[in-house]
Ligand binder design. Structure first.
Ligand SMILES: [Fe+2]
Length: 346
């Protein structure tokens, strides 16, 4: 009896393991809308891509990137962790194809600077990679930067830029990777440009210090990646970890973030990939997102909702954060509050 039960459990476990490797190769396109454009503006499609973690031999990823042009976006934003090796650059640029001629901005993540090292798939749940700069082989990131800039995409690591699309002027501000501590928000701090209709913050790792600073400065939308959506999630429950101090309930998708009484939309991409040594995802398919930006209502604030998170999440939110606290063994004290500091999934 016990032997038969153990046998069935082993079968289910093996099935789950196999399914995770399959899921990591099956990409989805998520579609969401955010009302942040001036009244009367026509919708604008923003393609948010993150965490490709490309190796040259990963043709299944290249095929998906090549197909993204068919989404016909008006803007492209990539939030880092593009590659794992220099040999991936040429195929990656070819796969982007005509999207490189679409207005776009990018920031880099930790894996754009350093090649990954071996980690077992489940290590993502057990140990953060924060602060491990210098222990890995450096990548020639300037080659990647030059390739992305070559046809007009703008590097917003620690800079701001204005881009006008279909009559709407966007101001993008970005930070370098906060996971490696390379961020210096003071270089882009301040209120949105008076020339901008819409202000968007871009960063790789959604650490609260970056989100707080951007929200307090009044950006309309913050885009980030890095979390891989939790990568190994619990079905019908969600992420257990974010590999940073963001609460797991906002590990992917649209939510909000409030600081100093101001609230920004937040979109965290679950990303397309993972470390080549752990091409495994469970209940968290690899993705890109088409964010359709639409006109705000007459009050200019659209669907953003200010939330008292302690009461809004109730015991479930507290429990989820407690779980996340247990499974990460090296988080900084106070970096992953028991109750989320702000925001809720929309
Ligand atoms: Fe990543």
């Amino acid at each position: 009896m016990i032997g038969r039960l153990l046998g069935r459990l082993a079968l289910v476990g093996a099935g789950c393991v196999g399914y995770g490797f399959w899921e990591a190769r099956n990409f989805v396109v998520r579609r969401r809308s955010v009302a942040i454009l001036p009244a009367g503006a026509a919708p604008i499609r923003l393609l948010h891509v993150s965490d490709i973690h490309l190796m040259a031999r990963q043709h299944y990823k290249l095929d998906f990137v090549r197909a993204l042009a068919g989404l016909e976006p008006d803007l492209v934003v990539t939030t880092g962790d593009n590659w794992c090796e220099e040999q991936a650059l040429a195929p990656l640029l070819r796969a982007w194809g005509r999207l490189r001629d679409v207005p776009g901005v990018f920031v880099f993540g930790s894996n754009d600077y350093e090649a990954p090292t071996f980690r077992p798939p489940m290590a993502y749940l057990l140990r953060s990679t924060e602060g491990r700069e210098g222990r890995k082989r450096p990548l020639q990131v300037e080659q990647l930067r030059a390739g992305y800039r070559e046809r007009g995409w703008v590097d917003v690591d620690e800079t701001r830029t204005l881009i006008t699309v279909r009559g709407v002027t966007f101001e993008f501000r970005g930070t370098d990777d906060a996971h490696l501590g390379r961020d210096d928000y003071s270089l882009v701090a301040g209120p949105p440009s008076p020339q901008a209709d819409v202000s968007i913050g871009v960063t790789h790792a959604p650490y609260l210090r970056v989100l707080d600073a951007m929200a307090a400065d009044g950006v309309d939308l913050i885009l980030a990646g890095h979390t891989h959506g939790g990568q190994v999630c619990v079905p019908y429950y969600g992420a257990l970890v974010t590999n940073c101090d963001l609460d797991p309930i906002r590990a992917k998708g649209l939510s909000t973030h409030t600081a100093d009484g101001r609230t920004s939309h937040l979109h965290v991409s679950a990303g397309m990939g993972s470390s080549p040594f752990a091409t495994y995802r469970f209940a968290c398919p690899p993705e890109v997102t088409v964010l359709t930006l639409t006109a705000a209502d007459a009050n200019g604030w659209s669907q953003r909702t200010r939330i008292d998170c302690t009461s809004a999440f109730g015991p479930l939110g507290v429990w989820r954060s407690l779980v996340a606290r247990v499974v990460r063994d090296d988080e900084a004290a106070g970096s992953n509050p028991v109750t989320p500091t702000s925001g809720r999934p929309l």
